[in-house]
Design a binder for this molecule. Structure first.
Ligand SMILES: C[S@@+](CC[C@H](N)C(=O)[O-])C[C@H]1O[C@@H](n2cnc3c(N)ncnc32)[C@H](O)[C@@H]1O
Length: 286
């Protein structure tokens, strides 16, 4: 398989690779049993929702400070690599405070419907406030990603940024995303990953385990250890070929992966298969 080049946001002419990179991974696939504890990390809906509700007021500030603003560039790279359709509909799942939906709103034409969904009301409320200031209509929908309240094949593009890892059952969430993506439509997943270079990974993991949780928990002033959860959930989440396999099983094809910033994040883009494949996702879910 083709080796991918990092730092897409530094290289505006970068072409999407044609295949997934199998070298990035180690952790096991998410359970297909519907278990809400994955790799020892508690992802029950109430826990995750409560955690994000607590950090919602300071979520954006913590993001900017902990990433040094690079998260903004990653979302821009997502919009560039998975651009909005000329006309149609986009769904941003696990939208949180809406930064990716807003980035799409800034680029999409007037004939594009933009929907942003999340199951945490305080995060959505912040997004809606920001959306009102931006002056571009976005529909904010309170919904669990594992039971999306939209008809089949509604969206030309479904996106999820730093959210897939938080969904209690990854396969079920992806099967729902596939169900609402029209055949031939696209899925874009922006998610944290671990650098492939052993040297960089070593240093990054030290920061990730020792510095980031303390800094993040203090910055976001939370008692629910959201930034300890962040580091644990990233380390247990599959990436590379393992993630690509789950995406394919949900009903997508032509999966491409693009490491960003030394592989600290990865942008995965896939196309919804033309044949009915939600059943494939259902099979993965057992
Ligand atoms: C790390 S935030 C990402 C927010 C935003 N996409 C961004 O790029 O900043 C993860 C979001 O996923 C949401 N989330 C987690 N599990 C969910 C689920 N099962 N259904 C809907 N939203 C979920 C949380 O409420 C939270 O707002």
């Amino acid at each position: 398989m083709e080796v991918l080049r990092p730092d897409d946001h530094l290289d505006p002419d970068f072409e999407l690779p044609v295949s997934a990179d199998p070298a990035t991974f180690a952790p096991p696939l998410p359970t297909a049993s519907g278990s809400q504890v994955s790799g020892g990390v508690d992802k029950t809906g109430d826990r995750v929702r409560g955690m994000f509700a607590e950090i919602a007021p300071r979520y954006d500030l913590a993001n900017r400070m902990l990433s040094g603003g690079i998260d903004v560039l990653w979302r821009r790279a997502t919009v560039r690599r998975a651009p909005p359709p000329a006309a149609g509909a986009i769904l941003d799942v696990c939208c949180g405070t809406g930064d990716l939906a807003l980035a799409y709103a800034a680029k999409a034409g007037p004939n594009v419907r933009i929907v942003a969904s999340d199951f945490c009301r305080p995060m959505l409320d912040r997004g809606a406030e920001k959306g009102a200031r931006a002056g571009r209509p976005i529909e904010w929908v309170e919904a669990d990603a594992m039971a999306l309240p939209f008809p089949d094949a509604t969206f030309d593009l479904v996106t999820v940024a730093f959210g897939l890892r938080n969904i209690a059952d990854t396969s079920r969430g992806l099967a729902e995303m596939a169900r609402v993506t029209r055949p031939g439509g696209r899925l874009a997943i922006l998610e944290f990953s671990l650098p492939r270079s052993a040297l960089i990974r070593h240093g990054y993991l030290w920061y990730f385990r020792n510095v980031l949780p303390r800094l993040g928990n203090a910055l976001a002033r939370n008692r629910s250890d959201a930034y300890t959860y962040l580091n644990q959930s990233v380390e247990e989440f599959p990436s590379g070929e393992r993630l690509a396999a789950v995406v394919r099983a949900a009903g997508y094809e032509a999966v491409t992966m693009l490491p960003l910033t030394f592989g600290i994040a990865t942008l995965t883009i896939a196309t919804r298969a033309a044949t009915a494949a939600a059943s494939a996702g259902a099979a993965v879910n057992g």
